[in-house]
Every structure is written in C-alpha cells, then in structure tokens.
Design a protein around this ligand. Structure first.
Ligand SMILES: Cc1cc2nc3c(=O)[nH]c(=O)nc-3n(C[C@H](O)[C@H](O)[C@H](O)COP(=O)(O)O)c2cc1C
Length: 241
C-alpha cells in the first residue's frame, strides 16, 4: 500500500506504488472539515440590481480578509464536439459596470483552441473560507493589441520568459527540451524586453448569467442568479440550493 502517511518527507509527488488504500483515503476525505468556521452573511434581498457590483463587493471582502489567492478562477471551455475542459487561471481584468472579466493565455493552448471554435465559457470562483462560489457564463471576445501588450509587458521577466517558452499544451519530449526552450526564451526577454509572443492573447468574458452561492454551516445555502436581458438589464431570481 502506498501513501498511508500524510507527509511526503520532501519527496516529489507523482511516484510511488500503484496500489492505494482507497477506503482509508476516503475515510480521511470524509473527516476533512468543509464549510467550517464562521462565514459572512449574505442577504439576497439587499443585493445590488446588477451582478458586477456584487462580484466586486465579494472580491473586495476576500482581499480584505486575506483569503489565499482570491484571483484564481476556473475557466471551463468546450470543444466543438462538446468535450468540456477546465483549468485554473489568474483574473487579469475587471469591468464591474459591464460584468466582464479578463484572462490571458496562449491562443494555441487547448483552451485557446476551444475558444477559437466555440467562443463561450464559464468562470468559477470559490473562496472556501467565506463559503462563497461565483459562477459566470457568457460569450468570450479577444481584446486588441494595445491591451495584449500592456498585459504581457506588465509581467515579471520570469513570467514573460515563461510566455516565450515552448508551446502551451503541446506534448513535451522531456526536461532537456524544456531547458533548451527556457534558455532561448530568457535570451529573447533579455535582448528584446519589449517583445510580446504573437500568440499571447487576452480574452474578455461578458457575463450573460451570474450566480452567487453563499454557503451556510446549517446548510441553508443561498443562491442568487442574475440573467442579462436583451435590453442590458438584469433579472434576479433565487434558486433552490
Ligand atoms: C494558480 C494558477 C494560475 C494559473 N494562471 C494561468 C493563467 O493566467 N494563464 C494560463 O494560460 N495558464 C495559467 N495557469 C495554467 C493553467 O491552469 C493550465 O495548466 C494551462 O493554461 C494549460 O491549459 P489548457 O491546456 O487547458 O489550455 C495557472 C495555473 C495555476 C495553478
């Protein structure tokens, strides 16, 4: 049986015996606390008429309470045949007035290819210490070259070098191939600090639908949904948890 302990002693994860005691693991999963501790209050009756300001208020609170990595969100996309895929990304821009959210990636990546073929996506934020989940879905557009440059050149040299390293989501032959590409990328960034990879792409998701979930330790969870109307207003409704 591999992995009965909880400490890896500094050894990298990923190796080890093929067998794992699933029952023991599940026992520990079930014993792990969820929605523990004091959660903030949320009253849907006093929520704003549009979701952008509510998103800003919740994010503001997450930052004020120093929650870990509140800017990390899950982006879900779907390929033309409907195959879904999801991954976490960093929130790179906010448009509260229009309820739109910005992220950046390599257009050649799996998500980039999904979005080129099917420019609709979902963003999910989860802030466990607040028991809050926000789901946003809507069409995705590509922002222009000025914003793309600004987004890329505002990054650290290491992050810019990563943007020039290899081809995101393509198969990697091994560590030597990676090291070669990394050195070449570092040289590009040092020699041409103003250069931006051609495939660096900034996307904007404009929410059509936004849902705010406030967990309650006694399981009286609250769900407030906003749907954008054709006139650019919002219809609010509560959903059964
Ligand atoms: C905390 C965190 C933040 C990340 N932020 C980004 C990001 O902003 N842009 C990005 O392209 N990948 C980011 N990644 C990597 C993605 O999760 C993903 O592995 C990568 O974009 C390839 O996804 P794809 O093959 O589905 O296109 C991040 C990963 C982590 C763990």
């Amino acid at each position: 049986m591999g992995g009965t302990g909880t400490q890896d002693g500094g050894v990298a994860d990923g190796g080890g015996a093929a067998g794992y005691d699933d029952e023991a693991l599940l026992g520990r999963v079930r014993a792990a606390p969820v929605l523990a501790g004091e959660l903030p209050r949320f009253d849907p009756a006093t929520a704003p008429g549009a979701p952008g300001p509510l998103f800003a208020r919740w994010l503001d609170r997450a930052l004020a309470d120093r929650l870990p990595e509140p800017q990390v969100m899950t982006l879900s996309t779907a390929s033309p045949d409907g195959t879904p895929s999801a991954r976490v990304l960093i929130l790179r821009g906010i448009d509260t007035a229009d309820c739109a959210y910005v992220f950046a990636t390599d257009a050649r990546s799996r998500k980039g290819r999904d979005l080129a073929a099917n420019p609709r996506a979902a963003l999910t934020f989860y802030w466990p210490a607040h028991g809050r989940q926000i789901r946003l879905t809507g069409p995705v557009t590509v922002l222009g070259p000025r914003i793309t440059r600004q987004d890329f050149l505002g990054r650290s040299p290491a992050s810019r070098a990563a943007g020039f390293t290899g081809r995101q989501s393509a198969p990697l032959a091994g560590p030597e191939e990676y090291e070669r590409a990394r050195r070449a990328a570092q040289e590009v960034v040092a020699a041409e600090p103003g250069s931006v990879p051609e495939t660096h792409t900034v996307y904007r998701l404009r929410a059509q639908d936004a849902e705010f979930f406030q967990a309650d330790p006694d399981r009286g969870h609250l769900r407030l949904r906003y749907e954008r109307t054709a006139e650019n207003g919002w219809i609010r409704s509560q959903l059964w948890p």
